[in-house]
Design a protein around this ligand. Structure first.
Ligand code: SF4
Length: 425
């Protein structure tokens, strides 16, 4: 087998972070990453099972690999790796099925004798981070919540968390290399509990925010039922914690929330948002929502729409319900027609565009701090502010400032972005 590899990542931040660990693992054994998969000895797909469309990509990709590059070994890891029906369907095309927890054992499948990582948990393997200024640091893996539509607890198993010291040390080592953005990730960061010490997520976040350096820290994702006042206080009191809170609402109707097994009511969700907005003025609130959940009638959808109007979200990831094998909701009657799901998605999108546009007005004619992420062909730059808003910088002769914090004067706003001129480096 050629010692070259190509990784395709589908899905969330956690999968991206897993890909970085797989890359480091293989590089430690002398493999080299190649951009052209037809030249790879090993082709790895980090799969996502959250939606049918993400799953379907694999049914197209794997047969293609075998045609394009029959000598390559193929590896399927990520959320679909333990699914029996997927294993049956792709049996002919996948050489190695690798639940991500088994990454330290990959050498056995590849016929490599040295056991470099055999004694480690997979999250203890260093990541090969492609970005030079922003890093995802997983604080744990798995979920215990069993929302009725979600595959994560089956795909990734129950929650396991890393010791706080290991997480803080990893953050510190990236800051020493000059990184400017630390993103702490887990399926539900608020459930974090150090395996040995009495450290919960608010204390962990405070420790990371307390490290030396010119940086900011984000986190994702949170479950509304677990958001504590302690966490809100840490966000409010620490300049280095970005004023952006992402937590999924999924529905604005109590009966639908009950069927989703979300374990909070709309009233409780509203109360959390009110507490956050009161303590952290100007914070951006973003969310995930599902439209067309089994049995969701017009009135129940109208409740979600009303909530969208009232909360005034800055961004939302709106998805149409699709049944996921193994989950409880897969046994419910998927009775909202596709065309109606689409219509509901579009209605929420209209509200979102309006609320986000309204929120963005707040930044007009202000100077804001932006972390530059890249430069376009025409010379202009783009980045994000601490609220996670995409900011475009008109100036074309400022060179490549990727990975630098700058000050931008906002002159124009749109529904999902801000535009302005550089006023300070
Ligand atoms: S909290 Fe619910 S939606 Fe989120 S990962 Fe866990 S089961 Fe899935």
């Amino acid at each position: 087998m050629k010692k070259t590899f190509h990784i395709i990542t589908i899905g969330c931040q956690m999968n991206k972070s897993d890909s970085e660990r797989i890359a480091f693992y293989l590089e430690s054994y002398g493999f080299k990453s190649v951009a052209d998969r037809s030249k790879a000895g090993l082709i790895i797909v980090v799969t996502c099972g959250i939606r049918q469309s993400a799953e379907d990509r694999n049914y197209g990709l794997f047969p293609k690999f075998k045609k394009e590059n029959p000598k390559a070994k193929t590896v399927l890891t990520g959320c679909l790796s333990k699914r029996k029906d997927v294993q049956k369907r792709l049996k002919k095309y996948v050489d190695i099925w690798l639940p991500i927890d088994d990454l330290p054992e990959l050498h056995k499948h590849l016929g490599l004798r040295s056991k470099k990582f055999a004694h480690r948990q997979y999250l203890e393997i260093e990541p090969d981070v492609k970005s030079l200024f922003s890093v995802f640091i997983p604080i744990g893996n798995g979920c215990n919540n069993f929302c009725s539509y979600c595959v994560v607890p089956y795909a990734r198993g129950r929650e396991k968390y890393r010791p706080a010291k290991e997480i803080v040390d990893e953050a510190r080592s990236f800051l020493k290399k000059g990184y400017k953005e630390i993103v702490l990730i887990a399926q539900n960061v608020n459930s974090y509990q150090d395996p040995k010490k009495n450290i919960r997520f608010p204390q962990l976040l405070k420790k990371v925010a307390g490290l030396k350096g010119n940086f900011w820290v984000r986190f994702s994702s949170s479950h509304p039922k677990d958001i504590s006042d302690d966490l809100i206080d840490v966000i409010a009191e620490n300049d280095k914690v970005c004023k952006h809170f992402h937590f999924a609402v999924q529905s604005g109707d109590n009966e639908v929330l009950r069927m989703m097994n979300r374990k909070y009511s709309v009233e409780q969700y509203r109360a959390v948002v009110n507490r956050i907005k009161k303590k952290v003025p100007g914070i951006a609130i973003t969310t995930d929502v599902i439209v067309g959940f089994p049995g969701e009638n017009k009135k129940q959808f109208a409740n979600t729409k009303k909530l969208f109007n009232d909360i005034s979200y800055d961004m939302a990831y709106i998805s149409q319900f699709s049944p996921r094998p193994q989950t409880v909701a897969a046994r419910f009657k998927d009775d909202v027609p596709k065309v109606e799901k689409k219509r509901r998605e579009e209605e929420l999108m209209k509200v979102l565009r309006r609320t986000s546009m309204k929120n963005n007005q707040f930044f007009l004619n202000k100077n804001i701090k932006v972390l530059i992420e890249g430069r376009k062909k025409d010379g202009s730059s783009f980045g994000k502010n601490e609220q996670g808003k995409v900011v475009k910088i008109r100036d074309k002769k400022i060179g490549d400032l990727s990975g630098k914090f700058v000050l931008v004067h906002i002159e124009e706003v749109s529904d999902f972005g801000l535009k302005g001129s550089l006023v300070g480096k």
